[in-house]
Design a protein around this ligand. Structure first.
Ligand code: AP5
Length: 210
């Protein structure tokens, strides 16, 4: 199972990708999480990515592609993977095609009001576990259920940065919907409703297709 999850910021890609990875026993490869992990460790790649991420801009293609190339070469990715947040531009999609084959691209469709509400309520722990104050709160307020780390709001979830991320999505990532439709890889799924409902729709659609 080699999957790509596509959708605007806050559509629920990370939430659904984690579930798909567990169900199909494949690695969840999230470029945003990889950059945040580098930034937290203060690596040169992390410092480079952080400047772009904090302003809501995309990290340059060549930087992302090199990181994904390395990750897909690791042994656990041989059996399949779910890519979350990559590709995000046509050059990234072309580079991915040279690296590997893809079985399906799930496009999560979510309206702007739901996106804004989901992002405003998102809280994450430094290890990448994601909660939502309204829809998926932690058992103890402000503390991760899994590792006990304090939960924080992502720098790029501030309203002005969210607006810039949405502009980047419209301009650079949305063209991938047509790109993958032309290649007959696109599986469009309604991304509103509960996490369980969306997951059910995705797995039904994938199993009907693959
Ligand atoms: P990244 O981390 O990939 O951010 P994103 O695509 O903007 O996506 P998000 O993480 O905001 O949202 P999501 O769709 O995963 O939603 P989530 O599941 O968290 O990228 C960040 C930055 O890194 C980019 O801006 C860029 O700078 C850089 N970058 C990364 N990849 C790059 C690339 N390929 N090229 C260039 N630059 C790159 O859900 C959101 C909230 O909603 C959560 O609180 C969740 O609990 C809640 N929720 C989810 N589903 C539901 C549901 N069904 N019902 C109720 N609540 C829900």
């Amino acid at each position: 199972m080699r999957l790509v999850l596509l959708g605007p910021p806050g559509a629920g890609k990370g939430t659904q990708a984690a579930r798909l990875a567990a169900k199909y026993r494949i690695p969840h490869i999230a470029t945003g999480d990889m950059f945040r992990a580098h930034a937290a460790r203060g690596t040169p790649l992390g410092r480079q990515a952080k400047g772009h991420m904090d302003s809501g801009a995309l990290v340059p293609d060549e930087v992302v592609i090199a990181m994904v190339r390395e990750r897909l070469a690791e042994p656990d990715a041989r059996r399949g993977f779910v890519l979350d947040g990559f590709p995000r531009t046509v050059p990234q999609a072309e580079a991915l095609e040279e690296l590997t084959e893809i079985d399906a691209v799930v496009n999560l469709q979510v309206g702007p009001e739901v996106i804004i509400e989901r992002q405003a309520g998102r809280r994450s722990c430094p290890r990448g576990h994601v909660y939502n104050l309204r829809t998926h709160p932690p058992r103890r307020p402000g503390v991760c259920d899994v590792d006990g780390e304090p939960l924080v709001q992502r720098e790029d979830d501030k309203p002005e940065v969210v607006r810039q991320r949405l502009r980047e999505y419209e301009e650079k990532t949305k063209p991938l919907v047509d790109y993958y439709h032309r290649k007959s890889l696109l599986v469009t799924v309604h991304g509103e409703g509960s996490v369980d409902e969306v997951f059910y729709r995705i797995t039904e659609a994938l199993e009907a297709r693959l």
